[in-house]
Each structure stands twice: as C-alpha cells, then as structure tokens.
Design a protein around this ligand. Structure first.
Ligand SMILES: *Cc1c(COP(=O)(O)O)cnc(C)c1O
Length: 383
C-alpha cells in the first residue's frame, strides 16, 4: 500500500490545461482570472462579495484590519483551531481570549461564550472568531443573537467548511460563509483543504463597505478609482489611503481555483461518503466520534476520532504507512501563547479533547480500497 496522508489535493487535466492557458496569456497576476474566481466562489458559497487573497492567514489578517481591530481590542476564539485564527488579532495589536469547546461537537461552546460575556462589563470584547471546525457549521444564528446583544462583530473561520450548512429556526438553509449572520468569513485553498490553489484564500461578505475596504487593503491601501481620488495628476496617478499589504492571489492560482470549483460539489459528496463509512465501521467500537445535531451538515475537511491510547494508535498507523494527523494542539498551550499567562487547565474540555483526538485520512481521491485498509488497521489496533 502506498503512503496514505490525512489529506491531499486532487489535480486533473482540466486544472493543468487552465494553468497552461494562463502561462500563455498576458497576465500572471492582476488579470481576469481573479474576478472570475471571486464571482464563481461567491456563487458557490451563496454570498454577495468575495475577495481573493494570497492565503487563509492573509484573509484573517485583512478581515481583522477591515473591522478595525487595534491596540487593546479583545477578541474571542476557540482553542481548538489553527493558530492563525488567533494570530490575526495579535497582528493588529489586539488581545485574544478563548472560550472552551463543547465535548460533543468540538466547536466553541456557546453557553460558555454567553457566560463569559455576561460576567464581563459590556464593551470588554469587540468581536468573535468562531471556527467551523472539521467542516461542521457553528450555529451562527444563535451566535448572531449573542453578538448583537454584546455589540460584537463575527469573523467566521470557514476554512474547513465550504459546502457545510445548517437549517435555521425558520428551516432556511444557511451555508458556511454565506454572510447571513457573519460580517466576514474566510477560506483557505491550501492543498489539504477542499479547493486547492497551492496557496490561496478568500474572504466572503454581504457588506459592501467592508468589501470595498478589503479590496483597498489587499493591495497596499492604494486606489486608482477616480471617484475616490483626492487629486488627479493624470493617467498614472494613484493614492494610498490606508496602510495595506500585498496579499494578492496570482492568476495561476485563481485559474486552479476556477477549475477546482467545478468539482467542489463532487468532492464534498465523496468526503461525506467517506465519513459515513467511518461512522458505520466504528459505531460499535470504543472509538468516540463527533456527535452532531441533525440540522447540521458537516463538510468534512477532517474526520476526527478519539481514543485513549492516541499516541500508540498514531505510531501504529504510521508503521502501516497511514499518516494520520492531530487537529489541533490547543492554541493557548503553544509556548508563544503561554507567555501571555495561559496554562494547562485553563480550558479542560479542549485539553482532554487534544489528548485523545486523531484525524483519519479523508479526501476526494481516497479510494474505497485505501479507506478499507485504514478502517481495518484502526480496528486491528483497537482490538
Ligand atoms: C488552513 C487554516 C487556516 C490558514 O490558512 P492558510 O491558507 O494556511 O494560511 C486558518 N484557519 C483554519 C481553521 C485553517 O484550517
């Protein structure tokens, strides 16, 4: 059996042809593929605006800037996420706080969020960065009510969740990143994610003002739009209005995004099948899995199991050429974050989760034969 990673891209001839076409064109960057990718992605997600950027971390950074995070501002996220969800606030000089996870869904516990907000003076926090961890949507309908009460903005980290959805209280379908309840949502196109562009990211929103601000910040805070200029010296003239960055995506990457997007639904369906196979294979074993309310549909970037002897299972799988992964080491326990005073015991549910979690291979091109091999190897170990 060839090595089986926990996640990987799937590239076909259509992807390759698209990139070659860009190589032969006039634009390697700042060309027409960007707007085309943005428009198609917005359509797929079901939102008004999408802004393509160089990676998911840049998407988080620009989102925090667009919402005006500055020195002293406090923002809440979950400890079970990639470090970038927290780092983006620090980039802007803000402070990060955490709320523990729910032991069934592994997502931020919204009861605990409410407790934290209620036990602090109004105005202590500016915003919240929930994560659709594994691809499971956080209940943004409830989150929005909480956010309104405490005047918080929401950046939804939907990196795991393109195509994830839930039914709200009116039985309406709410897609991750569709901007119904979140101010901004962000996605990543790293090769292990649903859509692979090498490096790449996207911010989605229904808010026109934030959209315009993001376009400006993505490219140095520079504008050439005649209606925005304070002066005009001629055709070459531009003005810098904000301290922005170069967080642009190249047309090569955008082309990959466009062709990958055509297969996104198919890939999502395959991920759901794989997840379903794992559920059925392990349901009568001592292996614990995510417990989810029926109204929520997971996009399955990850398939997480929990076992007592996790390190042994990890090593056992590795010795059988199966490369599982751990998502995530709690952010507050990273040495950099411990410098701020966070310590073991601060978020016990997240810490217990970390001790037992393991992500099994899941990606569109994982074959049934390969998955059966993974399942049998896991079951062999558990016995
Ligand atoms: C992948 C990921 C990011 C960062 O995306 P990059 O494109 O690697 O910068 C942020 N948050 C979460 C939850 C992710 O999975």
């Amino acid at each position: 059996m060839k090595p089986i990673p926990y996640g990987k891209q799937s590239i076909n001839q259509d992807d390759i042809d698209g990139v070659i076409e860009v190589l032969h064109s006039d634009y390697l960057t700042q060309g027409p593929k960007i707007a085309e990718f943005e428009q198609k992605f917005a359509e797929y997600i079901g939102c008004k605006y999408a802004v393509a950027v160089s990676n998911g971390t840049a998407a988080l950074h620009l989102s925090a800037l667009a919402l005006d995070v500055k020195s002293g501002d406090k923002v809440i996220t979950t400890p079970i996420t990639f470090v970038a969800s927290a780092n983006c606030v620090l980039y802007c000089g803000g402070e990060i706080d955490f709320v523990d996870i729910d032991q069934n869904t592994f997502l931020m516990d919204l009861d605990k969020l409410e407790e934290k907000l209620a036990s602090n003076p109004q105005g202590t926090y500016k915003g919240i960065i929930p994560v659709d961890f594994t691809g499971l949507p956080i209940d943004t309908e409830r989150l929005k009510k909480i956010a309104n009460k405490y005047k918080l903005w929401i950046i939804e980290d939907a990196c795991h969740a393109p195509g994830g959805y839930f039914k709200n209280s009116n039985n309406k379908t709410i897609y991750c990143g569709d901007g119904q309840y979140s101010d901004l949502s962000i996605f990543s196109f790293h090769p292990v994610k649903h859509i692979a562009t090498g490096e790449g990211g996207m911010i989605t929103t229904n808010n026109e003002e934030l959209y315009k601000q993001l376009l400006l910040l993505r490219t140095h805070g520079i504008t050439k739009s005649p209606e925005m200029l304070q002066e005009n010296h001629g055709g070459w003239y531009y003005e810098m209005h904000e301290l922005g960055f170069n967080y642009r995506l190249s047309d090569l990457s955008a082309s990959l995004g466009i062709t990958q997007l055509k297969r996104a639904k198919e890939g999502l369906q395959r991920r759901k099948e794989i997840a379903n196979n794992y559920f059925n294979a392990f349901k009568d074993s001592p292996i614990k899995m995510q417990k989810v309310n029926n109204n929520f549909s997971n996009a399955f970037h990850l398939f997480v199991i929990q076992v007592k002897n996790r390190l042994e299972l990890y090593n056992y799988l590795k010795s059988h050429n199966i490369f599982s992964q751990i998502h995530y080491i709690p952010v507050h326990l990273q040495p950099y974050y411990k410098n701020f005073g966070w310590k073991n015991g601060d978020f016990p549910i997240a810490e217990n989760y970390y001790n037992e979690c393991l992500s099994l291979p899941i990606y569109a091109s994982l074959s049934t034969k390969e998955q059966d091999y993974v399942i049998n190897t896991v079951l062999e170990f558990v016995k």
